[in-house]
Design a protein. Structure first.
Length: 178
């Protein structure tokens, strides 16, 4: 029996097998600042004549060492079926192109949603499985009716005796009609 790895939804935290989780690429934006920090050991090193501590204290007192940084990247996360459309995908921000060409862009958004949505996949899979189940039940019913029609002697089995009886009945029918 095949078992799947367990994945955790990044939004709600539910754990499911990986075949029931869906990956999505999102934007990851980070920013922050850094600055020179000095602690008690730096002053202790300065008093003992350490050059690195001397330089650190000079930079801390006389230079602006505050650095600000920001950046962005993409990250792949796993989401359950309920959370998949609640998290925006990567590069889905507002743009002038989307505003100007909205009449053409809106059908694209709807079509992309229908084609790429895991909800569509689950719904189509359910519909196909129901159709297969109904067709199998119908074929089983036809088999049952066919056995009842073909079984001429009533023993529950289709054998050569049934075909002989059917042949005799058909021959009698056609001989009587002449």
């Amino acid at each position: 029996m095949n078992t799947y790895a367990q994945r955790t939804c990044s939004k709600c935290g539910i754990r499911k097998p990986s075949n029931n989780m869906y990956s999505k690429t999102i934007d990851k934006i980070y920013s922050g600042s850094s600055r020179r920090s000095v602690n008690i050991f730096t002053f202790f090193g300065y008093l003992l004549g350490n050059k690195g501590s001397d330089r650190a204290i000079q930079q801390w007192m006389f230079q602006s060492t505050n650095r600000k940084y920001s950046g962005g990247t993409t990250k792949e996360i796993y989401l359950c079926l309920k959370c998949y459309h609640l998290v925006p995908r990567a590069n889905s921000g507002k743009g002038i192109f989307k505003i100007i060409f909205f009449p053409f862009y809106f059908p694209y958004i709807v079509l992309r949603f229908v084609i790429t949505s895991p909800v569509t996949k689950v719904v189509l899979l359910s519909i196909v499985s129901i159709l297969i189940w109904v067709s199998l039940k119908f074929l089983k019913f036809l088999k049952f009716i066919g056995i009842k029609i073909i079984d001429q002697d009533g023993d529950g089995d289709i054998d050569g005796k049934d075909f002989q009886l059917a042949y005799q009945k058909a021959a009698n029918l056609f001989s009587n009609s002449k």
